[in-house]
Design a protein around this ligand. Structure first.
Ligand code: AMP
Ligand code: MG
Length: 493
């Protein structure tokens, strides 16, 4: 592993140097070879284990925790920072530069009353979800590994500490800009420095002047909208969309009590600590905008308000446009007409509106029928739209409602030239396997009770190919058993 230290060398005053605290009796719980390949690492050997558990130093690493602030559940916290994540630098690999961080690596100057540790269950969940989202083509940070230990930590009860080794194209969050706008004297210099650094590293084609800053904010709006469109399309609820958990690159980031929908429910809340449902599944698109507005506010020293507002005004159409694109792929609503010059803008807008309605009526049916989101969408991979018979229909109790929707759907899809190719295309848009909470929970319990990592390994491998049939794992596509219904996570991790 080779490191560069651009953030560390160029942004002094944006972090505190801190060494990780050694984790006792470290052992690999999980390893992602896909993530390892990103940074050119071959295998999980003992030397690497010692380095990633804070027991040995990497000669090129600089250990630091970043400072930032953020809006948490609507209120501004002026100083947060990495309370338990220690960055080693930017690992250099065949796919470019990846920040490597030890989440749960020990206390930092930003730990406040926390112990700087992560419990095994939350480290395993972050590992699994990072890699599962990546395989679903959702923009996300990655996880190289999860490392267990025998170090006791205290939450509601005694648990053991673990580390998620996170890879991120950047750890810069909306909250970074908020911190350097509101907290520091001479803020504008630092804010400018941070924006310029972000541009140099991630938007090298943009100029570092007023025009470039403006263009950059449009890009941030677009990337965030796209990420959330992906979440809505795969049924992913992040759970803690505070501005300190929003990556500036629009990658899914900092996972806590997240969940994938089982039964489709618009106002599904996955976070036990969010009884009001601020971050409910259906709220994510509007929270995304609210967060971008907080970022825009922090950028007012650099970018004129009119430009910021104009960029924010593109959010909705970016999000809806991308959601529509993804959902059309899932339902098999062709897009080929849209490249035709013959279609006027007005006709496109009307088609968009009708398709959104068709999609909304479908998810409405799933909600009223309490059907599983993923499994219902997967049915499109087996559906023959020219036939009135389908598993989808069999699953419905109110068949009349379904039939009236289905007639409109059939009309929209029209005659298919190649049914098999159409179905195959649906199979690569609609995953068969997702990271259901109960599956993660079973893997965690096996580790807790028996030290057995085989379920975690099996789940991780399964979710690397979520669109493939994998008949030997058919059972893992099932909706949750009774014991796991209503399984809901808290922020405590
Ligand atoms: P999170 O909810 O994980 O995004 O964390 C919010 C803030 O609390 C971040 O600044 C974290 O670094 C910090 N934090 C969370 N858990 C701990 C912990 N166990 N020890 C120290 N800081 C923590
Ligand atoms: Mg966080």
């Amino acid at each position: 592993m080779k490191f560069k230290q651009d953030f560390f060398e160029q942004l002094q005053g944006f972090y505190s140097q801190v060494a990780p605290l050694p984790l006792s009796n470290p052992h690999w719980l999980g390893w992602s070879q896909d993530a390892a390949a990103l940074i050119g690492v071959d295998k999980p050997d003992d030397h690497l284990l010692q380095q990633l558990s804070g027991n040995a130093q990497h000669p090129q690493a600089c250990y630091y925790a970043q400072v930032y602030s953020g809006h948490q559940f609507g209120g501004y916290t002026p100083r947060l920072g990495d309370g338990r994540s220690i960055i080693l630098g930017e690992a250099q690999g065949p796919t470019g530069s990846w920040d490597l961080a030890l989440k749960g690596g020990g206390p930092t100057p930003y730990s406040r009353h926390g112990d700087g540790r992560a419990v095994m269950r939350s480290a395993v969940r972050e590992f699994l979800v990072s890699e599962a989202l990546a395989s679903l083509h959702v923009p996300t940070t990655r996880a190289l590994a999860v490392i267990g230990s025998d170090l006791p930590v205290w939450r509601e009860s005694q648990e053991t500490a673990a580390i998620t080794v996170r890879l991120a194209k950047s750890h810069i969050r909306f909250g970074h800009f908020e911190y350097f706008c509101y907290s520091e004297k001479g803020a504008k210099d630092k804010l400018t420095q941070l924006v310029n650094f972000t541009l140099t590293q991630h938007y090298p084609y943009l100029s570092q002047d007023a025009a470039g800053y403006k263009a950059w904010f449009y890009e941030v709006v677009k990337a965030s909208a796209k990420m959330i469109a992906h979440w809505q399309s795969v049924g992913f609820a992040h759970g803690v969309m505070n501005t300190d958990n929003m990556s500036i690159l629009g990658d899914s980031f900092d996972f806590g009590p997240f969940a994938f929908l089982d039964t489709f429910k618009e106002n599904f809340i996955c976070n036990h600590s969010d009884p009001e449902g601020r971050y409910a599944f259906g709220e994510q698109p509007s929270v995304g905008l609210w967060n971008l507005q907080r970022l825009a506010q922090a950028l007012t020293p650099l970018i004129p308000s009119d430009d910021l507002i104009a960029a924010l005004n593109t959010y909705q159409s970016e999000l809806v446009g991308h959601y529509l694109h993804l959902m059309r792929g899932k339902l098999g609503l062709s897009e080929f007409n849209f490249n035709s010059d013959k279609l006027t803008q007005a006709a496109k807008t009307e088609q968009d509106k009708q398709d959104l309605q068709l999609i909304g009526r479908f998810t409405g049916l799933l909600e009223s029928e309490q059907l599983d989101y993923t499994n219902s969408l997967r049915q499109f991979a087996y559906l023959d739209p020219s036939s009135v018979h389908s598993r989808l229909r069999d699953d419905m109790r109110q068949r009349d409602n379904f039939d009236s929707w289905y007639q409109d759907y059939q009309f929209r899809v029209g005659a298919l030239v190649e049914l098999e190719a159409w179905q195959q295309a649906r199979a690569v848009e609609n995953p068969k396997y997702i990271l259901r909470n109960y599956l993660a929970q079973e893997a965690i319990i096996a580790i807790e009770d028996e030290g057995d990592t085989s379920k975690l390994e099996q789940l991780h491998v399964l979710l690397q190919r979520p669109f493939d049939e994998q008949p030997e794992h058919e059972a893992l596509a099932k909706r949750p058993p009774d014991w796991a219904n209503g399984l809901i996570m808290s922020c405590s991790s």
